[in-house]
Design a protein around this ligand. Sequence first.
Ligand code: 5GP
Length: 187
Amino acid sequence: MSKLLIVTAPSGAGKTTIVRHLLQHFSNLAFSVSATTRERRAHEVDGVDYHFISVEDFKARIEAGAFAEWEEVYENQFYGTLRSEIERLWAEGRDIIFDIDVRGAVNLKNSFPEQALTVFVKPPSPEVLFERLRQRRTESEESLRKRIARASDELTWENKFDIVLVNDVLERVLAEAKAVAASFLNQ
Ligand code: 5GP
């Protein structure tokens, strides 16, 4: 049976680096490409990083029951895991890795309790996380304030996940993530 490795974190905690590292290391692992309504960033490729779709299209897909889980992560910015994406990768016999927010991670695990492992990536301290968000900022003070408020709340979700990894020294957290994945995927 295919396995679902769900990686989640407060935004800014650096989970994308970990997901990329695991994808390079485990050849049977495939990335679940989410749908989103947010703007594509310059380095991103449609269909590879995300399926970029309109709010209208996203809402129609919610109505049609196309999502295994979805969240309005930021105001008017929807993100969701398409059932078709999971089914396609299952049909290929692949294990699947997800990079999704804390609410989505809990919901997906509840839908697939036997097959899924949730990994929460935690910053060394709240201050480090807030500083990363400030440095990454491309938006207004108001938007930064919202991201910090959201990240503070997401930090309190830690005890809802199977595994917690502290992202302090990159080399160490990557090695730990690899060990966790190897044991879960029996490789
Ligand atoms: P970003 O805009 O920085 O790519 O992602 C913002 C947040 O949305 C991140 O926490 C990311 O993990 C989360 N996210 C990405 N795809 C999905 C998804 O399909 N479902 C949910 N619930 N969250 C997602």
